[in-house]
Design a protein around this ligand. Structure first.
Ligand SMILES: Cc1cc2nc3c(=O)[nH]c(=O)nc-3n(C[C@H](O)[C@H](O)[C@H](O)COP(=O)(O)OP(=O)(O)OC[C@H]3O[C@@H](n4cnc5c(N)ncnc54)[C@H](O)[C@@H]3O)c2cc1C
Length: 470
């Protein structure tokens, strides 16, 4: 039965929370329910903004007593917009962003609603860092729970590989500390199984010394795309863990760093970061520099925090986004040709993006965490984007057509982080990996049997009912 929440029937919750409760009709309701992907304009039944694990406990008790499903907002940047849902209790963790860094132990503990910008700023003050997203407003929560790639994953492993412990409030409103020693099966599931198991109120990460990096971009016109992608694959094979690369095909914006003759044309942008000894940075990036047209000499030493914010300006605060793609094997000449034709003419604001796995990611056993596709060579994404007031249909069709034109078998499996909303169950199973899915479903049954946390790439708590042969 649908309940309309009003000031009267949330008085008890308001009294128990140090944080806020926002109801439909309140002035801040519309702004609070907004997420990065403007295609997801959902109306939660109420929004709770806790400031502590005790607040989260009280909120989940309230939801449990009323049979309300809960959607969790970390940084609000999920492609499928699962941080918000019609009729749900939206648990908005954006006030839980404190960071504690212990430089001596090289450990940081961060609130469940923090962004990578906040965490990196604090850790870099001590010359330390952990793998995180490549743009600063994205949430630590969503990224880490799904795996977590960024500039540093080839050197340091995924974000989830560096997770030492988490504090989580489960559907029963229990506050658990989870680590390799405490609730180890839940700890395994949190590292790749998404937000299926509860609300994580704090993440504790191992940190590593990360000094200034040698980084930047080179840009070339689409006519040289096949050579650019071949160079990208070659450098991924030979550059070692300290070299991180990303390849993007975009229609070049009229930005100052784009050479004038390339503006408005499809181009390949190769971004690179060298995390090895600074003296070797120049030579490590020589092949890239010599490839041609380095836009205004953009390969240069810069602090990690600046690298991590380098792309912020090109990511709008909100867009209508649709994303497709998945894990791939190495780029053979055949795959490169297919990609070059598929990517040929991205609409404005849209792009094809490739980033390599390998390095430290591949050295972790696939059994160690729920993140399964450690031996894949690349993450490939067709990212369609339009302004919030543009339906974005043309961009979505482009992404669909481009990804659909790749030869069968190019995509090995979908990527949890860039999947859409309400995907068919077989896609969700494939994204987690079949064997891992069964293990994740067992953890889900143990900690969230009623599927309170269902707004995510959802792992069903019930065993699949197979139809009996007649
Ligand atoms: C511009 C952009 C750049 C990106 N860059 C990267 C990148 O470099 N690397 C990468 O790995 N991914 C990247 N992503 C993908 C990103 O990992 C996912 O979109 C992720 O879901 C975003 O997390 P969030 O906390 O911001 O999102 P939200 O929408 O707040 O959360 C997404 C889901 O995660 C779960 N969740 C979040 N926080 C918690 C928590 N504390 N407790 C329990 N559940 C929680 C919930 O199920 C929620 O529905 C990027 C996405 C965008 C839009």
């Amino acid at each position: 039965m649908k309940v309309n929440f009003t000031s009267r029937n949330v008085t008890g919750l308001r009294e128990r929370l140090a944080g806020r409760v926002v109801l439909p009709g309140q002035e801040e309701y519309d702004a609070t329910r907004q997420v990065w992907n403007a295609s997801h304009d959902h109306r939660p039944a109420l929004i709770a903004q806790p400031v502590s694990a005790a607040d989260v406990q009280a909120t989940l008790r309230f939801a449990g007593d009323r049979g309300l499903p809960v959607c969790v907002r970390g940084g609000g940047h999920n492609h499928a917009g699962y941080a918000v849902a019609d009729g749900a209790l939206m648990l908005d963790l954006s006030a839980m962003i404190s960071v504690r860094v212990d430089p001596a132990r090289r450990v940081a503990t961060v609130g469940g609603g923090a962004t990578w910008g906040t965490l990196d700023q604090a850790t870099q003050a001590a010359g330390l860092a952990v793998t995180g997203a490549d743009v600063s407003p994205v949430g630590v929560g969503g990224v880490t729970l799904g795996g977590g790639v960024g500039w540093l994953h080839r050197l340091l492993g995924l974000s989830c590989d560096n997770l030492l412990a988490a504090e989580i409030v489960t559907a029963d409103a229990d506050v658990l500390r989870v680590s390799a020693q405490e609730h180890p099966e839940l700890f395994w599931a949190l590292r790749g199984g998404g937000g299926n198991f509860g609300a994580v109120t704090a993440f504790t990460f191992a940190l590593h010394p990360v000094g200034p990096v040698h980084a930047g971009t080179v840009i070339c016109p689409m006519e040289r795309a096949a050579d650019a992608l071949a160079l990208y694959q070659h450098l991924c094979d030979t550059g070692g863990d300290e070299l991180f690369l990303r390849a993007m095909v975009v229609t070049a914006p009229p930005a100052p760093f784009i050479p004038e003759q390339l503006r408005g044309r499809p181009v390949v942008i190769l971004s690179a970061a060298w995390f090895g000894p600074s003296g070797r940075g120049e030579s490590a990036l020589r092949e890239l520099r010599e490839f041609g047209d380095p836009a205004a000499g953009l390969l240069r030493p810069l602090p990690y925090v600046q690298l991590q914010r380098m792309q912020d300006a090109s990511v709008p605060r909100r867009v209508r986004a649709a994303s497709l793609g998945g894990f791939t094997g190495p780029l053979t000449a055949g795959v490169i040709d297919a990609l070059v034709s598929a990517a040929a003419q991205p609409p404005p604001m849209s792009m094809v993006e490739l980033q390599p796995l390998g390095g430290a990611v591949a050295r972790v056993s696939p059994d160690a965490t729920a993140f399964q596709y450690r031996r894949a060579a690349h993450c490939l994404a067709f990212l369609a984007a339009a302004r919030p007031d543009d339906p974005g249909a043309e961009q979505a069709v482009w992404a669909e057509k481009a990804s659909g034109s790749l030869p069968a078998g190019t995509i090995l499996a979908p990527i949890v982080h860039i999947m859409g909303r309400d995907e068919p169950e077989d896609h969700v199973r494939a994204a987690y990996g079949g064997a891992a899915y069964a293990r994740l479903a067992a953890v889900k049954r143990a900690y969230d049997p009623g599927n309170m946390f269902r707004f995510n790439q959802n792992i069903r708590p019930q065993p699949q009912v197979l139809s009996q042969p007649a």
